[in-house]
Design a protein around this ligand. Structure first.
Ligand code: HEM
Length: 513
């Protein structure tokens, strides 16, 4: 090589390596500056918490995705170490005080939902996924006609049918001397309710052999995957935008979910093309009857097919596991504490003396104090959603637990920090339905459905399912625990609780009369 060219190339090499050194040094200096600023000079610097949490939101990613720890349990450890308010992200605080729950989630606040958590569900255009109060209110106002107390009273027969299908399946299991897996069975029933009530179709999940309905297994498999979506859009898009056939090959455990998604997408595109098809649905309560009615909107424009699909998915995820888990947790404690089960059965016998006679309606069940106390205690212990429901403090700032919090701070107080608070619920780990009797003020601390403008849309439907479910199951069956009997029901937080321990299996002996 001629010497002048090689000198030139060497010169370029030196320049490039200088540039690399300069860029790297600047980057490191910038990161150090950001870290120092975040720890010592940020408006939240006065709040205690792990150092890495103060520096980067990926500290949470490390805890959840790499260390594989359940974040609501991690928060318990952090609060024990740092006190009732902990900085868990550069711009995020978690509170462990029930007062904070009421300061954050109340009817006066119109705070936005936090971007990364709520985007991770891929339901951005649904009542659950809309970040702003305004968008969510518009959608919820339309859907409320299907979910109001009066609407649910009208749909009680539909719920009762699904509960009876579950009871028939329990009887079949017993006839073949097989136990029923309650972890699956109750969620099959609640999934059947949602699918029929919201979409007017029937997948008969309770009739799946041993209650192993593909959609329920697929939802179980997908919950831990959603955690990772919070931290990487790339990963989320890779999984969710995959063509259905490929997705089923790559992830056979979530194939049931893909099937149901395809069924819903097909139904939605059919209805969007020809709204006359609404008349073919078996009842008038479906979400499509509401959402596809232009008169329900101020601007007369109905949502896109994509938005309808996201709404359908939000209702499916929001309405099935939550109710099913509550019933499973209730069953676990009732069967472990026969004195409570006896008392519940005695109360049910008063309104339903003979199985050949007329069965009680929800209205009558509402007046049974012990049944309602059992349901509240089951809701308390299962807690509904166990992850913090992240909210963004408005620009003007807010006062939480008597502390001034700057605008744009992400805040939350997990429901378990209310439901397991010793001062409000003494011996919080113990199932004590009687704590709810003659104590209406305690209802202020039952926050399973959350509070404020973003509280649960399906609360009336959930209560209807729970009352009918508990009444029919415990009036019609004598249940006994089947080995292996779990000592507890351990869960991990995946927004909803994800129960990973031994499943609750029971023998379901039908009562004679
Ligand atoms: C025991 C049963 C249930 C529990 C414990 C429960 C709990 C909750 C909680 C805690 C939230 C607030 C979520 C957040 O702020 O991000 C919520 C919202 C919601 N729930 Fe439920 N839920 C239950 C049943 C249902 C049912 C049966 C449906 C309907 C089919 C439903 C539909 C929704 C919807 C659409 C939202 C979003 C509301 C909004 O963001 O404004 N839920 N639910």
């Amino acid at each position: 090589m001629p010497s002048d060219i090689s000198t030139n190339l060497n010169g370029t090499g030196v320049t490039i390596s200088k540039l690399v050194i300069l860029v790297t040094t600047s980057l490191i200096a910038y990161l150090i500056y950001e870290a120092v600023h975040s720890v010592f000079f940020h408006p939240l610097s006065r709040f205690p918490g792990p150092v890495f949490a103060k520096i980067t939101r990926y500290w949470k990613a490390y805890v959840e995705c790499i260390a594989d720890r359940s974040f609501c349990h991690e928060l318990e450890r952090l609060h024990a170490q740092y006190g009732y308010v902990v900085r868990v992200g550069p711009n995020e605080l978690h509170f462990a005080d029930p007062q904070a729950y009421h300061d954050i989630y109340n009817n006066k606040n119109r705070w936005d939902k936090e971007y990364w958590l709520y985007k991770s569900f891929n339901e951005d255009r649904s009542s659950f996924g809309f970040l702003t109060y305004k968008e969510a209110k518009e959608r919820k106002d339309v859907l409320n006609r299907s979910f109001s107390q009066a609407a649910i009273e009208g749909a009680e027969g539909l719920c009762a049918d699904k509960v009876k299908n579950l009871c028939a399946a329990f009887s079949r299991q017993y006839q073949t001397s097989k136990p029923s897996d309650l972890f699956y069975a109750f969620r099959c029933m609640t999934m059947d309710v949602i699918i029929t009530f919201c979409f007017g179709t029937d997948i008969k999940a309770v009739d799946a052999p041993d209650f192993r309905a593909p959609i329920i297994e697929a939802m179980d498999a997908s919950l831990p995957v959603f955690i990772r979506f919070k931290y990487s859009d790339l990963y989320k898009n890779m999984i969710l935008k995959c063509p259905p056939k490929l997705s089923k090959i790559l992830s056979p455990s979530t194939a049931g979910l893909v099937d149901l998604q395809q069924l819903l997408l097909h139904q939605i595109s059919g209805l969007c093309e020809d709204p006359e098809k609404l008349k073919q649905l078996p009842h008038q309560m479906t979400i499509y009857h509401r959402l596809l009615d232009p008169a329900a909107y101020r601007n007369g424009t109905v949502p896109s097919a994509g938005s309808l699909y996201e709404e359908a998915q939000a209702l499916m995820f929001g309405g099935a596991d939550t109710v099913g888990n509550t019933m499973m947790v209730g069953a676990f404690h009732l069967l472990k504490h026969p004195e409570h089960l006896r008392r519940l059965k005695e109360e049910l016998l008063q309104v339903w003396p003979s199985l050949n006679g007329e069965e009680p309606r929800c209205r009558e069940l509402e007046d049974l104090p012990f049944l309602n106390a059992v349901i509240k205690e089951s809701l308390r212990l299962s807690s509904g959603v166990v992850s913090g429901l992240l909210r963004v403090v408005p620009k003007s700032g807010a006062r939480i637990c008597g502390i001034d919090i700057p605008g744009d701070t992400i805040v939350s107080c997990g429901s378990t920090f209310v439901h397991y608070n010793k001062n409000i619920f003494p011996e919080p780990d113990i199932f004590k339905p009687e704590r709810w009797l003659n104590n209406p003020s305690l209802d202020n601390y039952l926050v399973a459905f959350s509070r404020g403008p973003r509280m649960c849309l399906g609360i009336n439907l959930a209560w209807c399912e729970l009352r009918l479910g508990f009444a029919h199951v415990y009036r019609k069956f004598d249940m006994t625990l089947h080995d292996p009997v779990p000592d507890s029901l351990p869960f991990k937080s995946t927004f909803l609780p994800w129960y990973y321990g031994t499943h609750l299996q029971v023998l379901t002996k039908p009562c004679d009369t």
